[in-house]
Design a protein around this ligand. Sequence first.
Ligand SMILES: C[S@@+](CC[C@H](N)C(=O)[O-])C[C@H]1O[C@@H](n2cnc3c(N)ncnc32)[C@H](O)[C@@H]1O
Ligand code: SF4
Length: 375
Amino acid sequence: MAGIYIHVPFCTQACYYCDFHFSTSLKLKQRVISAMKKEIVQQKKYLDNLEVKTIYFGGGTPSLIESDAIDDIYSTVQRNFILSDVIELTIEANPEDITESLVSSWEKIGINRVSLGIQAFKDQHLKYMNRVHNSNQAFHALELLTKSKIKNLNIDLIYGFPNLSDFDWEASLDVILKFEPQHISCYSLTVEKQTPLFQFINKGTYSKLNPEQANRQFLIARKKLINAGYSHYEISNFSKDGCFSLHNTNYWNKTHYLGIGPSAHSFNGTTRQWNINNNFKYCNAVENNMQHYEVEKLNRKNIINEYILTMLRTSRGIKQDWISSKMTESEYQKFNKQIEKFIDLGLIQKNDNSLSCTESGMLIIDSISSDLFLI
Ligand SMILES: C[S@@+](CC[C@H](N)C(=O)[O-])C[C@H]1O[C@@H](n2cnc3c(N)ncnc32)[C@H](O)[C@@H]1O
Ligand code: SF4
C-alpha cells in the first residue's frame, strides 16, 4: 500500500502563523499545475507498483484552484499509478472557497474526504491570525459540507493563542460537535521562525503565547471530544467511528508515499526526498527534466528517532520489539532505563509490547521524545 500527496502552493492571503510553502500570487498557477502533471509522469516508477490507497490534495489552499484542475491532476495520477478500488481522496479547503457548485464538482470527481480549516469562530480571533474568512463563512461552509454527499469531514481548529479564553475554546468545540464531523484536528498554535507572528511577538506588537494556557486547552479538547465519542488517536487528532485519517497513518506506519508539487516530501523506505520549495524554480526544473528535489539517505539513527517522534504521538505508541530489533544492546539498555524513569514519573504507560504517553506525558511530549532519541 502507498499514498500520494499533492501540494497546491497558493493561498489568497498569508496567515500570520503559517510557514508552509505557498505563494499569494497566482501568476504561475497554470504553469505549476502543468508541471505537477509532468512530475506525476516523471515519478511514475517511484512507488514501485505499490497499490495507492490514499491521495491527499494539501497546501497551501487546494480549494483555491478550479475543480477541473483537481480532476485533471487526479486523472493523471489514475493513468500513471495503480490505484486501489477504494481510496481515501482528501482535499484541504478554506471556508471562503466553499460553494454548493464547488462541493458538487468535488463529489463528481470522487473526493470522499474534506479537511476544512475553520481554526476559530470569533472574527477577532480570525483577524488575529489574518485568516481570509469570517465567522459567517465558517458556518456556511460547515452547513454546505455536512449536507453534501462527502461523508468524511475533518475540521481543523487552533488553540493556545492570546485572547482565546477557555470559555471561547469550549464554545468552539461545542459548535463543531453540533455538526458531528467524523474527524477533528486541534493544533496548538506554534510560533515558527520567518513568520509574521514571530516578528510581531519579537517586536512586542503581539503578546507571547502562554504554554500553561495551551496545556489547559489541550486537556479541555481531549476531555470534551473523548466524552463526545471521539478517539484521541494522535496528539492533535480525534476521530469517530473508525474514521481516522488513512493519509496521516501512512506517515506513522512508514508506508511509502510520493509527494508532488513544490515543497512536497516523498519516502520510499530507505530515502526521503523533498521538492524545491519555490514555484518558479520547481517549474523550471520539472519542465527541463532537471532534478527538482534533494534526497537524504536515512541512516539507522534517523529511522529510530523518527519512529520515536511519530509513534509516541499516537495512541498505539512505540513497539518495544521494533526498538530492540533496531538498537544495539547498550543503546536498548539506555533506552529502557529512560523509559523506566518516565513510567515512575507517570509520563509513560506500558501495555504489553507498547509504550505510549499518559495524559501528563502528552503535555511534555517533545521533551520526552528528545530524551529518548539516539544521539
Ligand atoms: C497548512 S494548512 C493547509 C490547509 C488550509 N490552507 C488551511 O489553512 O486550513 C493545514 C493546517 O495547518 C495549520 N497550521 C499551520 N501552521 C500552524 C501553526 N504555526 N500552528 C498551528 N497550526 C498551524 C493550519 O491552521 C491548518 O489547519
Ligand atoms: S494556514 Fe492555510 S491558508 Fe493560511 S497561509 Fe497556511 S496554507 Fe495558506
